[in-house]
Design a protein around this ligand. Structure first.
Ligand SMILES: C[S@@+](CC[C@H](N)C(=O)[O-])C[C@H]1O[C@@H](n2cnc3c(N)ncnc32)[C@H](O)[C@@H]1O
Length: 308
């Protein structure tokens, strides 16, 4: 399938818009464009002087955004990792002026569904998994150098995989025998290594999730972007983070935590909401099942005081 044509159903769309859209003339950032489900809905409400800045590290997502909004002067598109959000915001001249920032974490459906991107355990493809295929080691590179202990640790930590050790042993065994060349071989190796108890999940689900997180440095990216996002917001601007993994959500929750009830954080943020999708959305869209939306509002500029 041509990945640029595949769609992605935006998660918690109405709720995201309710918090994100403050001001039809405001400046907005979507740092995880994907296929622009949230962005297109925001843009439909934005007036002629409103601005929407789009970012994604995946060149296919960026190409999609450029083609889709080519004639729209309100939109600017950039390619890169959101851990450089401060840099992009400076280039766009929007530091301290942004009304709302959306981070919709993880991967998009087109990424997952394109075998050649190497994210899917259901389709055979290269061991890649990089959101930006031009940057950093691929999954094949990472697996070529990893030892059993580190692999088990990654599977346990990022995949919460109970059979981490068993899988790590089997994967390195397959590597030794030259049977670890594609996502299909990896998925089959994992499936053969773990007992099946009629779980609805494919046995390689957790392994693939863990490897994706490590290949893309996803938790480091999140840790890096949050303070930059807080900094570029205007006072009364909002930061929205949609996460799909308990470790991501923990990072966001911690970052949004007020020192005292009702008092903003060091970065000037006050948590506003923590919401899960309605059951009807969870039933309709499997991607929404583990989603959590956290929203914080900037109440003042960052505190420059030294730690108390
Ligand atoms: C869940 S999808 C976003 C879907 C989008 N909200 C929509 O409605 O179509 C996540 C997107 O964020 C991008 N992404 C993930 N981590 C990123 C990062 N650290 N920097 C930039 N883009 C990132 C992925 O490439 C993917 O396209």
């Amino acid at each position: 399938m041509d990945a640029s044509l595949a769609t992605h159903e935006p998660v918690m769309l109405e709720t995201v818009l309710r918090f994100w859209d403050r001001d039809g003339d405001g400046i907005y950032v979507d740092a995880t464009y994907g296929r622009g489900g949230h962005s297109a809905a925001l843009l439909a409400r934005l007036g002629p002087t409103g601005r929407l800045y789009l970012l994604d590290r995946d060149p296919e997502a960026v190409a999609h955004a450029r083609a889709r909004f080519a004639g729209d002067d309100r939109v600017a598109v950039a390619a890169g990792a959101f851990s450089r959000l401060g840099e992009f915001a400076a280039a766009w001249s929007v530091v301290g002026r942004v009304s709302g920032i959306l981070l919709d974490l993880g991967v998009s459906s087109p990424q997952l569904e394109s075998p050649e991107r190497g994210f899917s355990f259901l389709r055979d493809g290269p061991l890649d998994m990089r959101m930006d295929p031009a940057t950093g080691p691929s999954l094949a590179d990472w697996l070529a150098g990893v030892d059993e202990r580190r692999l088990a640790e990654v599977l346990e930590r990022y995949g919460e995989e109970r059979h981490a050790r068993r899988i790590a042993r089997a994967v390195l065994g397959a590597r030794r025998r030259g049977r670890l060349r594609t996502t299909g071989e990896l998925a089959a190796t994992v499936a053969a290594a773990v007992p099946r108890h009629g779980s609805r999940l494919h046995p390689a689900t957790r392994t693939f999730q863990a490897l994706r997180i490590v290949v893309n440095g996803e938790l480091d990216e999140l840790e890096a972007v949050l303070p930059q996002a807080a900094r570029i917001l205007a006072v009364s601007g909002r930061l929205l983070v949609l996460s799909f993994h308990s470790l991501e959500d923990r990072i966001v929750k911690h970052f949004f935590r007020s020192p005292r009830r009702g008092e903003p954080t060091r970065e000037g943020l006050l948590p506003l909401a923590s919401l899960a999708p309605e059951p009807v959305e969870r039933r309709r869209n499997p991607r929404a099942r583990s989603a959590r939306l956290r929203v914080a509002e900037k109440r003042r500029e960052a505190c420059t005081c030294s730690a108390a």
